[in-house]
Design a protein around this ligand. Sequence first.
Ligand SMILES: Cc1ncc(COP(=O)(O)O)c(C=O)c1O
Length: 276
Amino acid sequence: MNLADGATSASQFTIDFEDMEKKINEKTKMLVINNPHNPTGKLFTRQELEKLAEIAKKHNLIVIADEVYEFHVWDKNDMVRFASLPGMYERTISIGSAGKAFSVTGWKLGWAVGPKQLLEPLKAIHQNCVFTCSSPTQMAIAEAFRLDWPKFLNDPKNSYLATGLSGELRGKRDKLAKMLEEGNFRPIIPDAGYFMLADYSHLKEGLKLASEADPDDFVFSRWLCREKKLAVIPPSAFYSSRAEKDKNSHMVRLCYFKKNETLDAAEVILKKLGKE
Ligand SMILES: Cc1ncc(COP(=O)(O)O)c(C=O)c1O
């Protein structure tokens, strides 16, 4: 995805559909869409998803809709599930995560929803690769849904999935954005999810530490972690070619879904950094 210079919001990330379509050839079988998107924090608009649906139809592609952050959307932002678009259910496997939905990341439990003809082969692969998942966590997640789903449908103010989770996330997002500005970073405000990108390229330290061996964001992230005790992720890790890595190495990715004490400790570090 592309982000214009000076952008401040994840919604400003755009897909070059023409370029994307050029990469499709006779060997292409599948389109993988991640919405809301990690690491950018972008929530795709209905129009963007419709355009992807058009491409999937035109090239007869199966679609994996990785929607693990589907409940992590706040304000009146509209989370459009890809399979809900006209004609898309039949070609889409939608992926969800209990770990993300109920904030138990690490439980590694999720679900795949789709038509029989796509789920039958998926089940065969699951049987041979993953084989099973832990029954106690399955029971716990079933219970979590049993308790929350009626509220999700009828009493959203008291539902964790409808409002509790997103409310908590939104507060923490705003807190981290403010802290980053104090630290002299330029945050790209996400629409959804756990993560925020922040441009550090104007910081002296980042430039001073540039190395030929690793993309700049790796060097900067290592320095931030080792010297300042603040752990971030270098977003260039999400790209495969060196040219793409270098093009996307002026930011770091931070997670704001942390205990308040952790965010407070990060604030102290960022405030100090901002004054250096
Ligand atoms: C976009 C995306 N998809 C899938 C996953 C996997 O989720 P889980 O480990 O909860 O199954 C993650 C986890 O970070 C993610 O960010």
